[in-house]
Design a protein around this ligand. Structure first.
Ligand SMILES: C[S@@+](CC[C@H](N)C(=O)[O-])C[C@H]1O[C@@H](n2cnc3c(N)ncnc32)[C@H](O)[C@@H]1O
Length: 461
């Protein structure tokens, strides 16, 4: 194996550090649960390793809950983030306003919530088809009551943003749903599941077993507890202000935003893209997106602008071509596409998946186009990172290897190979000690084979 010497199984990072687990209790980072994030400690460690200093500027093209941007802010490092989801945008806005919150105003709101019983709301929850019956009726009423009420209190813009984040952040907790990678899982009390199971029974099919989330907190309880914790964080953080620096989160797809950024500016990149694992952020974050006013059309558009990580994703080549044409770089488009299409490992993986599809070992044809699109799109991302980084900059990508129809796809090594072809120097592939299991479907059919979770490190020469 060409990169065997780069693989380093390390105890420096455990799964907690690389996953959101490590952020669960972390001050500021825990304001919204974002399970796909990595921990602030990992970002701190990498920035230190890479020798990034206050005044430098770094990039996070898949910003998520803004862990990288926030760590940069805490250390006086400038940063640019890119992200497509409005819920992530709101999380960044609310977290980045930390110095501006008026604690007295927020404590006053807390007192008002304690004093007053929630009333009625004039507007219904703006449901999407996939979120119908996600809340007990009283929770839905309270959610919309607080939404209206906070708007009517004459609060500062910062407090309003924060309260919007707090309400968004408690949606899952007060609902009949739980996020579960690809989808939302539903409690058996939700109408959606009850009706679905009635239809299944009528067709003599076994009913689907729902979750049992037990007793749910009221919106008021969840709101009080989340806001109290956040006010405590604000108090601590305002007593030890961050050094001055600038961060910017750009709402949009990294595929179309990166080509518009100036060259040679970033001292490091720390990121984790969506994994090639069929997880659909527009489904897992459906409650939050609906609450923030994203309608059916908007959801479909967001789904298609995600990096190809679901079986529904369609080719983005036309979009990429148009993007490069618009910046007068059509020949660069051709050359980046050529790099990935001529990569022997990329070709081998696509051929192996086609063979397994022909033999009936893969249950959804969309997997083939997802894998192909995933690596093509990532190659464009890598090429733009190379262009926008300064010489000597380090790049860290956290990613998981995946397996389809029994075929293991070494995402860490293939991406390293593509990065090297583009001009990066591969430095290291840190491998987490406990490897990830496979999905139960894969395990049942093809046996257990551990999959690496890795952090690949490259350098711009
Ligand atoms: C693994 S998460 C990143 C988590 C982040 N490192 C954190 O700590 O929260 C991947 C993120 O990429 C975002 N994403 C997916 N496709 C994107 C695209 N084309 N451009 C920008 N962001 C995208 C998803 O919405 C998701 O928030």
């Amino acid at each position: 194996m060409r990169y065997a010497h780069l693989l380093e199984e390390t105890r420096l990072f455990d799964r907690r550090l690389v996953s959101y687990q490590g952020n669960k209790q972390a001050i500021l980072h825990s304001w919204i649960k974002y399970r796909e994030g990595f921990s602030a400690r990992l970002v701190e460690w990498l920035l230190h390793e890479f020798g990034v200093q206050p005044g430098d500027r770094i990039l996070e093209p898949f910003s998520g809950s803004a862990t990288t941007l926030l760590v940069a802010k805490s250390l006086g490092i400038d940063a640019v983030g890119i992200e497509i989801l409005p819920v992530c945008d709101l999380a960044w806005q609310a977290k980045s306003l930390i110095e501006q919150y008026d604690l007295a105003e927020l404590r006053h709101v807390l007192a008002l919530i304690r004093q007053r019983e929630p009333g009625d709301s004039s507007q219904p929850f703006p449901h999407l088809v996939i979120t119908h019956s996600a809340f007990p009726p009283d929770a839905e009423r309270q959610l919309m009551f607080y939404t209206d009420w906070f708007e009517s209190l004459g609060l500062s813009a910062a407090s309003k943003t924060l309260l919007r984040l707090v309400l968004t952040g408690i949606l899952e907790e007060v609902s009949y749903t739980r996020k579960d990678g690809q989808y939302l899982r539903w409690d058996s009390r939700a109408d959606k599941l009850i009706q679905h199971n009635e239809a299944r029974l009528a067709q003599h099919k076994k009913p689907i077993k729902g979750l049992d989330k037990g007793s749910l907190p009221s919106v008021r309880q969840a709101l009080l507890s989340a806001l109290t914790a956040i006010i405590e964080d604000i108090q601590v953080l305002q007593s030890r202000p961050f050094p001055p620096s600038e961060q910017l989160l750009i709402r949009g797809s990294a595929l179309t935003v990166l080509p518009t950024l100036a060259a040679d500016q970033f001292a490091a990149v720390i990121t984790s893209p969506p994994y090639c694992n069929r997880y659909d952020y527009t489904r897992t974050y459906a409650l939050e997106l609906a609450y923030l006013g994203v309608g059916e059309e908007g959801i479909r558009a967001l789904r298609q602008s995600q990096l190809s990580c679901t079986v529904e994703n369609r080719s983005k080549l036309a979009l990429l071509r148009k993007t490069y044409d618009a910046v007068g770089q059509l020949s660069r488009y051709e050359s980046i596409l050529g790099t990935v299409q001529q990569n022997p490992t990329f070709q081998e993986i696509n051929a192996a998946l086609r063979l397994r599809w022909d033999r009936g070992k893969i249950n959804n044809r969309g997997i083939l186009s997802m894998v192909e699109g995933y690596f093509i799109e990532l190659t464009f991302i890598f090429a733009e990172i190379l262009r926008t980084c300064r010489s000597g900059a380090y790049v860290a990508f956290v990613n998981d290897n995946v397996r389809y129809g029994g075929e293991i796809i070494p995402v860490d090594l293939l991406t390293t190979d593509l990065a090297e072809q583009l001009g990066f120097v591969p430095e290291k592939v840190y491998v987490l000690p406990q490897r990830k299991g496979n999905s139960s479907q894969q395990m049942g059919r093809f046996g257990r084979e551990p999959l690496r979770k890795s952090i690949t490190i490259w350098r711009k020469p």
